[in-house]
Design a protein around this ligand. Structure first.
Ligand SMILES: C[S@@+](CC[C@H](N)C(=O)[O-])C[C@H]1O[C@@H](n2cnc3c(N)ncnc32)[C@H](O)[C@@H]1O
Length: 266
């Protein structure tokens, strides 16, 4: 399947490649059994020299924690809405296999959703939306009569602070819970020098502080260091290296996973 992907749209092939690599390893962190097949069927921009294989444990730990958070939410709510924002080609809906009371929305930019439609079979209660996550128009299509879980994985850093605010405002509407990863401001800066980012002509535009500011009217239930979480899911030298990195000022909070809920009465 060929499709023209520009800038940050290409980055979802990197995460997909990392999922496939993890699944093929002897001790998978995520074990995404769909990723390799999806990747094989995409004829996208060459990944040669632009993948970030060294980030595989971090990216797959992030996906695993978000899967776990979503499973826990769905265990509590038979009737719910899940919004998978900036979904790329990620197979989360297949991994979680939600029950019939769950209405699931996969949202990403037009070319990505075009590709996704070619690769994924139609599924009852699953809707794909081709739009920017910052566009308020499509949010009105999302039911607001049941608890709502909004997942934003590897997404918010590609939005500017206004974009983050737009997402958070909609996500933390009535009954809303948001699970999103963000990076420290020094990572936002340094990412611009990363060769893969430069090759894709993209970069990070916001940080954890921007999410905190945008979500100040909500309640932060949790903020987990993805650096620490990755250290506990890896072994040997790699785990030691990650633990040492966490000791450097700013290291532990390089990437965090936050959960926010609308404040009572908010
Ligand atoms: C790093 S990829 C992550 C994909 C997926 N969440 C995963 O973990 O595999 C970033 C994704 O965010 C999407 N994205 C970036 N900005 C967006 C926007 N304004 N609206 C919708 N999607 C966006 C990109 O198209 C891409 O699919």
């Amino acid at each position: 399947m060929t499709v023209q992907l520009r800038q940050e749209q290409q980055t979802m092939l990197w995460t997909l490649a990392m999922h496939a690599r993890d699944a093929a390893s002897s001790q998978p962190v995520l074990g995404d059994r769909f990723a390799a097949d999806l990747l094989d069927r995409v004829d996208g921009p060459s990944l040669a020299g632009t993948t970030l294989d060294g980030n595989t444990p971090l990216i797959c730990t992030r996906a695993k924690l978000i899967d776990d958070a979503a499973r826990a939410f769905l265990d509590r709510h038979d009737e719910a809405v899940v919004l998978h924002l900036g979904c790329g080609l990620d197979s989360r809906v297949l991994r979680l296999d939600p029950g019939p009371g769950v209405r699931w929305f996969d949202v990403d930019q037009e070319p990505v959703i075009e590709l996704r439609r070619q690769l994924y079979d139609d599924r009852e209660h699953v809707t794909m939306i081709a739009a920017s996550v910052t566009d308020p128009a499509w949010w009105s299509r999302v039911p607001d009569d049941v608890p709502r879980l909004v997942l934003a994985e590897g997404l918010l850093m590609y939005l500017d602070p206004d974009g983050v605010r737009a997402v958070v405002t909609n996500a933390l509407g009535p009954g809303g819970t948001l699970v999103a990863d963000t990076v420290a401001s020094w990572v936002t800066w340094i990412a611009g020098w990363q060769p893969a980012m430069r090759a894709a002509d993209t970069g990070f535009r916001s940080s954890t502080a921007d999410l905190a500011a945008a979500a100040s009217s909500g309640t932060r239930l949790e903020e987990l260091s993805l650096v620490d979480a990755t250290a506990t899911r890896t072994g040997g030298l790699l785990s030691t290296a990650i633990r040492l990195f966490a000791l450097i000022p700013g290291g532990r909070d390089a990437m965090v996973l936050s959960t926010y809920r609308q404040s009572a009465g908010g």
